[in-house]
Structures are given as structure tokens and as C-alpha cells.
Design a protein around this ligand. Structure first.
Ligand code: ADP
Ligand code: ZN
Length: 617
């Protein structure tokens, strides 16, 4: 492997914006990137929580380019490191990786480059740091910074603790004048404190960015039986796009993959039961667009940072909102619109409980059950999906209408439930707002429990008014009314239901209530981010995509390492004719221009000639 020729982005070009443009080809920073970059450049420790696709890599790659010495990047997954190194090299950054998958000769070469100060970025798995003498060797090198990626892996309270990450304990203390930047996409406040303490960060600049990924469209559909037909229809409408379909069990994975293949979809199955070689092959096929649809258990995804995943389907209910968020988070990293579809049938809650019930520790079990109910609530109530998702992470959504979910877009089928809501609310009122959902529902369905008789609740006017419907119907409705803030739930140990002002309005007939219908929904709307919606020549776009695939195949890199879709669209709009114009296209930096600029300019010129010069008819 030869290192990319490293152009001098030293102290003489001390403007991050300049480097952003010449090395990465971007015209502007994404939210929060500038702040983080500035702090790292100034030598300060940083702890940042940023959603997937927020652009974390740039936050350490750019300072790595600008600061003296080599940046050491610790990352948990070998497969991810290789992609990162490829992408950095494509931008002309001298990057290398050291890991156990290399031959001794390859490692020797990297060590030689490191020794000679030729590297700007060095990716490592945490176990490497534990190898005897390795830290000592590093300490003799000029280091520009440490970057700890997926930093939540160091916390036992996080959802993905990795013992190897403990090797990083106190890293900041050991390398007194090297800034440490720690990144993660998910960390509660407690996990954040734990990470900072374990790494020993020195009064770090802390940033918690929004969890809101506005380019993800969130939709829940009522699943018909196993959902095979729905998934088939969904992926067929998105032929040529990359997507992941998650199922809970290996058996479901295999069946659904077979079903899709039998109907002509290029699908591949993936789960932890396959051997390593098979799994690596499936991942590679997906990355290089040879397999468009991966049907998988949640074992799939950690090592994948393919930026152009256009959809994620959950064929089964996820066990909690964290998992759901992490899995849908794999879609749309490039910032283009992506569709997240969850297929849900109320019976799923019982099936999911089966998994939750395997948890033996009582406290743990209770928490897991509560999380499952929150997930089910997100799937079943008539409340903006995004609002619920963000609320789970303690974030409020300012806009009334998020514009990016089936509830807010009005595609979810809703039905009037005012009369049922009044029955329930009235039962709450008549029992004095002193009981929980279970008891209130007992009153509505006219249950003959001991408690009902003792309290004389069988003499209430509302006793038994909801006999005609299942108990579960009323329970779901009660939770829906809480979610819609028509009822408030108060008290921790024995939560009781109380009417809110809006709930009273419903009782007084001044306000209607709708809930989600249990029928299949209308077709989802076509999605586009503002960039995608800005017109461009789609015929040229397809041509450039073809060129991109040929180049990528020849170089054994995924297509997106050559150029992203957004870059191609920008070319289709700007129709660059000369180098200077090409360099102004989004995503075209110096190194990429040198590698691909001319070929793309030629292709565009050929197309324009063929179509006749614009303006000449
Ligand atoms: P994360 O690691 O936070 O999930 P990445 O670092 O993989 O995100 O970045 C996601 C995508 O956004 C990548 O394709 C990256 O090239 C792109 N990107 C990052 N910063 C910018 C920027 N300032 N302008 C445009 N695109 C950017
Ligand atoms: Zn919404």
C-alpha cells in the first residue's frame, strides 16, 4: 500500500474552512462540527454525543490534518476501520490501520510509516493499546490527538460495554499534552459522566447534539400476518436502493429472505448463526451494492457505515426505543432522505415479552418491560413518532408538526374515538381520579373484582359501559389518552390517572379524540430532503452513477468512496466544464479532483454535447 501524497495542510493553511474545502470538498460545516474542531485544534479535550450521520469523523480528521503529528483513532470494529481509512485516503489524508487481521509485513510497514512521521491518522482497535510496550512506543511519537470513537463502549452502564475499552482508562493522564476527543451516538447523562471519568478527560468541552435526525421519515404500519407481502411491496418500490430489514429471530430472517428471493429481489440473509466468512461476504456485497436488501437480526449493523442506506424496515417490534433508534440510525447517514418503516401488530407485545421475560434479575426485568411498553406506545398511539422518540432521550420537539412521520403527514389512518374516550374519562372522573389504568378499565368493562365491590364501583353509572369491547382495547386506549395528554399519570409506585384540562374538554364534548386505525394505511409519501428536491438532470445523474460504479469496481472500493449521490447531483446542476468549477462541487476536494475530476468532466462534456449545448435548443 502506498500512502497518498500528503499535500501540505500544515500551519501555513491555518483556516479550518479552507481545509474543509480543499481536503473534504465541503463548503460549510454541519452543526456543531466547527465548535468541536476549534476546541480540538486548541488542544482541549472534547466529549461529544452526536447522532449517527452527524459527521463525527470530520471532527477529528480535520484537526488531525491541521495539527502536527499523528492522530490515534481508537475504534471497536476492524471492518469499520478499513472503510474509514479508505475514505480518508480517497481525500488524500495519510491514513493507516493497525490490527490483528494484517500480516506481520503489513504491520511492519505501518510501523515504519509511523516511525518516520509519515502518518496523519492511525486507526487502532483498543486491544492493541494493551500490547506490551505499545503505549511506550506511541509516547515517543509526536501525537496530534487521541480520538475515542464509540466511547460508550468503556461504560458498563452503556448498552455495549467492551472490556477492551478499559485499556483506555486514564489515557488522558498518561499523555499529558495530547488532547483526547471522545465521541458516541448514544449516551445518557449517567453514561456520559462515566465515560469522562474513566478516560480521565481534563475539563472537557462537552457537547450533546440533538438526537433529531430530520432526514429520517418514521412510519408504523399495521402488519398483516408475517408481513412478507408488505415488505416485498415496500422493497419493490425502492428497487436499486440499499436497505435493511430487521427480524427478531434467525428463523424469521431466513424465511423472509427466501420469500424475497423467490420474488426476484436481490436479498441476502444475515444473522449470528452464519460463519465468519459468510457474514463478511454478505457485508461486502452490501457495501459494494451487489446485494441491495439485507434481511437480518440485530446482529447486523455495527460494522456497517454505508452512508446511502435508504431504508430500514423492522418486521418485528424492537424491544426498546434505544435499539429502534440505533437501528434506524443506520439509514441516511449521507443526509439524504431515508424511510424507516416499522411493521407492528398488537400481538407483538406478547411475543416481545417472551424475550424480556428471559431476564432473570428482577430490577432489570422491570426496567426492560417498561422500555418495551414505551416502544409499543410509540408504535400504537396517535402521537407524533418523533416527539415520542425524542422525549425518550429527554429532548423536546419544538414544532407542533414534525413533518417527517406518518402521524404528522396524515398518512396514518385515524378513526374517531371520542365516545370511547368519554366512557373512559368519565370512569376516571367518577372514581375520584384515585386509581390506575387497570382498575379504571375494570370499571368500564364491568369486571366483578373484589376491589370493585369493596369500593362500590359496581354502582357507578359508567360501570360496564364498555362491555362490548375487549379489555385490551380499553387498556390501549387508556395509554393512548395518556400519550395524547388527555389523561395524566401521577405517582411512581402506584400511578393514578387524572384528567387534564384537555381531557375535561373531551368529557364536556368540546373536543374530539382520534386514535390510530387498526387497518392497513395508505401508501407513504415520496420523500426528499431540500437538496434532493432541488431539480437536477436525472438522465445525466444515471450516467454519472454508471461511471462511478465502474471506477469503484476498478479500485475495489465501495461506490460512495468515489463520490456520494449528493456530489453527483451537484454536478448535474452545476455542469462543470473546467477544473475550477469542478472544485466547487460539493464533496470534491483536491485529492478527489486529482483522481476523478477529469473523467467526470469528460463524461459531463460528452453528455452536454450529445444533448446539444444548453440554449441552442
Ligand atoms: P457519523 O460518524 O457521525 O455517523 P460520518 O462522519 O460518517 O458520521 O458522516 C456522515 C456523512 O456526512 C459522511 O458521508 C460525511 O462525508 C458527510 N459529512 C460530514 N461532514 C460534512 C459537511 N460538513 N458537509 C457535508 N457533508 C458532510
Ligand atoms: Zn411527527
Amino acid at each position: 500500500m502506498t500512502l497518498p501524497r500528503h499535500s501540505r495542510h500544515g500551519k501555513d493553511s491555518a483556516d479550518p474552512l479552507q481545509v474543509l474545502s480543499t481536503v473534504f470538498g465541503y463548503g460549510a460545516f454541519r452543526p456543531n462540527q466547527r465548535e468541536i474542531v476549534d476546541h480540538v485544534l486548541s488542544g482541549r479535550d472534547v466529549f461529544a454525543v452526536m447522532a449517527t450521520g452527524g459527521g463525527k469523523s470530520l471532527c477529528y480528521q480535520l484537526p488531525a490534518v491541521m495539527r502536527d503529528g499523528v492522530a490515534v483513532v481508537v475504534s471497536p470494529l476492524i471492518s469499520l476501520m478499513k472503510d474509514q481509512v479508505d475514505a480518508a485516503r480517497a481525500n488524500g489524508i495519510a491514513a493507516a490501520v493497525l490490527n490483528s487481521s494484517q500480516t506481520p509485513d503489513e504491520r511492519k510497514e505501518v510501523m515504519a510509516d509511523l516511525g518516520a512521521g509519515r502518518l496523519k491518522l492511525l486507526y487502532l482497535a483498543p486491544e492493541r493499546l494493551a500490547m506490551s510496550g505499545f503505549l511506550d512506543r506511541l509516547s515517543t511519537k509526536r501525537l496530534s490527538l487521541f480520538c475515542i470513537d464509540e466511547a460508550h463502549c468503556i461504560s458498563q452502564w452503556g448498552h455495549d460495554f467492551r472490556p477492551d475499552y478499559m485499556k483506555l482508562s486514564g489515557i488522558a493522564e498518561r499523555f499529558a499534552d495530547v488532547p483526547v476527543a471522545a465521541f458516541t451516538a448514544t449516551a445518557t447523562q449517567a453514561v456520559q459522566q462515566d465515560i469522562i471519568a474513566r478516560l480521565g478527560l481534563r475539563s472537557p468541552f462537552v457537547l450533546r447534539a440533538s438526537f433529531n435526525r430530520t432526514n429520517l421519515y418514521l412510519e408504523v404500519q399495521r402488519r398483516a400476518r408475517g408481513g412478507e407481502r408488505q415488505v416485498l411491496e415496500f422493497v419493490r418500490e425502492r428497487a436499486g436502493q440499499s436497505g435493511v430489514v430487521y427480524c427478531r429471530t434467525r428463523r424469521r430472517v431466513e424465511r423472509l429472505a427466501e420469500f424475497l428471493k423467490a420474488h426476484g429481489v436481490e436479498a441476502a440473509a444475515y444473522h449470528a448463526g452464519f460463519d465468519d466468512a459468510t457474514r463478511v461476504a454478505v457485508q461486502d456485497d452490501f457495501k459494494n451494492d451487489r446485494a441491495r436488501v439485507i434481511v437480518a437480526t440485530v446482529a447486523f449493523g455495527m460494522g456497517i457505515d454505508k452512508p446511502d442506506i435508504r431504508y430500514v424496515v423492522h418486521a418485528d417490534l424492537p424491544l426498546n426505543i434505544e435499539s429502534y433508534y440505533q437501528e434506524i440510525g443506520r439509514a441516511g447517514r449521507d443526509g439524504d432522505a431515508a424511510h424507516c418503516l416499522l411493521l407492528f401488530a398488537p400481538g407483538d407485545i406478547a411475543k416481545a415479552r417472551f424475550f424480556v421475560d428471559q431476564t432473570e434479575d428482577a430490577a432489570h426485568h422491570k426496567a426492560a418491560l417498561e422500555k418495551l411498553h414505551q416502544m409499543a406506545g410509540l408504535a400504537s398511539h396517535n402521537v407524533c413518532r418523533r416527539r415520542r422518540l425524542l422525549a425518550y432521550f429527554g429532548e423536546a420537539l419544538e414544532a407542533e408538526n414534525c413533518g417527517g412521520c406518518d402521524i404528522c403527514r396524515g398518512t396514518a389512518e385515524k378513526v374517531d374515538a371520542t365516545v370511547d374516550a368519554q366512557k373512559l374519562l368519565s370512569a376516571v372522573a367518577r372514581t375520584g381520579e384515585r386509581f390506575g389504568a387497570a382498575h379504571v378499565v375494570d370499571v368500564v368493562v364491568g369486571a366483578g373484582t373484589e376491589r370493585i365491590r369493596q369500593r362500590g364501583h359496581d354502582r357507578l353509572k359508567t360501570y360496564g359501559v364498555g362491555r362490548d369491547k375487549e379489555r385490551s382495547h380499553w387498556l390501549v386506549l387508556a395509554h393512548d389518552l395518556v400519550a395524547q395528554e388527555l389523561l395524566a399519570q401521577e405517582g411512581d409506585r402506584y400511578p393514578v390517572l387524572k384528567l387534564t384540562a384537555a381531557g375535561r374538554d373531551v368529557l364536556l364534548g368540546k373536543r374530539a379524540v382520534t386514535v390510530l386505525s387498526r387497518r392497513a394505511p395508505r401508501a407513504a409519501p415520496k420523500l426528499a430532503t431540500p437538496d434532493e428536491a432541488t431539480p437536477y438532470d436525472t438522465e445525466l445523474f444515471e450516467r454519472l452513477r454508471g461511471l462511478r460504479s465502474r471506477l469503484a469496481r476498478g479500485r475495489h472500493v465501495p461506490a460512495y468512496v468515489v463520490f456520494g449521490d449528493r456530489t453527483l447531483r451537484d454536478m448535474c446542476r452545476k455542469l462543470p466544464r473546467a477544473a475550477g468549477q469542478m472544485m466547487r462541487v460539493h464533496g470534491v476536494g483536491q485529492a478527489k479532483f486529482e483522481q476523478y475530476g477529469e473523467v467526470f468532466l469528460d463524461e459531463i462534456a460528452a453528455y452536454v454535447r450529445q444533448k446539444g449545448e444548453p440554449g441552442q435548443g
